[in-house]
Design a protein around this ligand. Structure first.
Ligand code: NAD
Length: 256
């Protein structure tokens, strides 16, 4: 039976890389994202790998749209084996200046959306006694950095949420894990480089060397392909007894 993977935020960056890797393994893909050309991106990836797909522009701030996306996925493919909560945004500002609407959006997209998707997908995973929930947190799910209060709160939150899912899912054949990457050069990070340069009064080159990769022992951005292959492994039958972990892919950030 062909398995189906739903990946949020999969028309850019890490999510797109994960979608390509799952498509290459023959999964049906439910794409999601806000890129204006998202439907075309989804179509191209699916066509390249000869897999079926669905594209949903559901906004992760809208619980009703999230429920509709999961319902459409179940109607189209009959079942859902893998959910990857990846959509995320960032905003960098000192706490006293942190805009309230940015706080609310970061918590909604980076944390609460994963709850709504999981809740909607859970009954079908429970019925088939197989499910893989993979949440893309961050090294900031385990450690803090200044000026990222909402992001660090949301990412720590999703690590805790995932551990609870692991306990509830264990008797049902459902595993839940988080991947905690260090810095990955995607559009999200390109924006942060500019924002951090402003906040720290540094050049963009100095932000990369002194602020971002400063915490990683290996001074390279984490490859998207490494995250995608890790997600594929966590989704596999072989990973059935791995659950509740927060796996750092952080170039040694967590070793210090
Ligand atoms: P990105 O900006 O390239 O992609 C983010 C995706 O999320 C896009 O497809 C975007 O459309 C989607 N998205 C944003 N808001 C949305 C909303 N309201 N509704 C639906 N979709 C929405 O970013 P990325 O770097 O690929 O980040 C992906 C995930 O990885 C995020 O959760 C991020 O926090 C996490 N992460 C990134 C890094 C990094 O260094 N890039 C490191 C650790 C963790």
């Amino acid at each position: 039976m062909t398995k189906t993977a739903l990946i949020t935020g999969s028309t850019s960056g890490i999510g797109l890389g994960i979608a390509k890797a799952f498509a290459a393994k023959g999964y049906n893909i439910v794409f999601n994202g806000l890129e204006p050309n998202g439907a075309d991106i989804a179509q191209q990836v699916a066509q390249q790998h000869g897999v079926k797909h669905l594209f949903s522009p559901a906004n992760m701030m809208d619980p009703a749209a999230i429920r509709t996306m999961v319902a459409e996925a179940l109607t189209t493919f009959g079942s859902l084996q893998v959910v990857i909560n990846n959509a995320g945004i960032q905003h960098v500002a000192p706490v006293e200046e942190f805009p309230e609407d940015k706080w609310d959006a970061i918590i909604a997209i980076n944390l609460t959306a994963a709850f709504h998707i999981t809740k909607a997908a859970w009954p079908s995973m429970k019925e088939q006694r197989f499910g893989r929930i993979i949440n893309i947190a961050s090294a900031h799910g385990l450690f803090a950095s200044p000026f990222k209060s909402a992001y660090v709160a949301a990412k720590h939150g999703i690590v805790g949420f995932t551990k609870t899912l692991a306990l509830e899912g264990a008797p049902l054949g459902i595993t839940a894990n988080t991947i905690c990457p260090g810095y990955v050069r995607t559009p999200l990070v390109e924006k942060q480089i500019a924002d951090q340069a402003k906040a720290h009064h540094l050049s963009e080159e100095e932000v990369i060397a002194k602020v971002m990769l400063e915490k990683q022992a290996i001074k390279d951005f984490i490859p998207i392909e490494l995250i995608a292959q890790t997600a594929l492994f966590l989704a596999s039958d072989e990973a059935a007894t791995i659950t509740g972990i927060a796996m750092p892919l952080d170039g040694g950030w967590s070793a210090a």
